[in-house]
Design a protein around this ligand. Sequence first.
Ligand code: IMP
Length: 191
Amino acid sequence: MKIVFATHNQHKKEEAAAILGSQWELLALPDIGCLTEIPETADTLMGNAIQKAQYVFQHYHTNCFADDTGLEIEALGGRPGVYSARYAGEGCSYNDNVQKVLREMQGLTNRKACFKTVVTLILDGREYYFEGRVDGQMLTEPRGTAGFGYDPIFLPDGYDQSFAEMDASLKNSISHRGRAMRKLVEFLNNR
Ligand code: IMP
């Protein structure tokens, strides 16, 4: 059965395909000819995930799902949160965001943080939600080169490697997105 992941990100598509298994034909936005950047203007992760899934459903009339992720740092009052992608400003790089967080956290001893992902599924016109979370600590300097985003400065609880020092399969097995995606897949495979 065909299902569309509302993302342009090939890395995310591959990650989802590995979890979904072969009974699903997974398509990303470029595969269905959608080249526009879908607006993400809500002020919550769930709002953005719904916005993206509804856009695909309304324009392409297909079963689909979308995700949105945020890094919430306790000592920064939950920032960058829903603004994680563009924390250092429009057009910023992953490293700009990392440097901004490190600057803002300079001297802070409370390093607690978590990543949260919300996945919204629209299946036969009905909406469903799945959440994943991983808790950890913000490092004081970047470690590792794998992954993306804030991976080099996030140390998941119970591990002594940052996300950027882990191989992808270990990261996926404990990450916010991996957890939310596995809930989605369990739902799809058992309905
Ligand atoms: P998105 O909603 O998945 O596009 O994520 C928003 C932003 O959160 C990204 O641009 C990254 O900066 C950050 N982010 C999302 N997932 C991860 C992750 O697995 N590791 C590190 N940063 C992430």
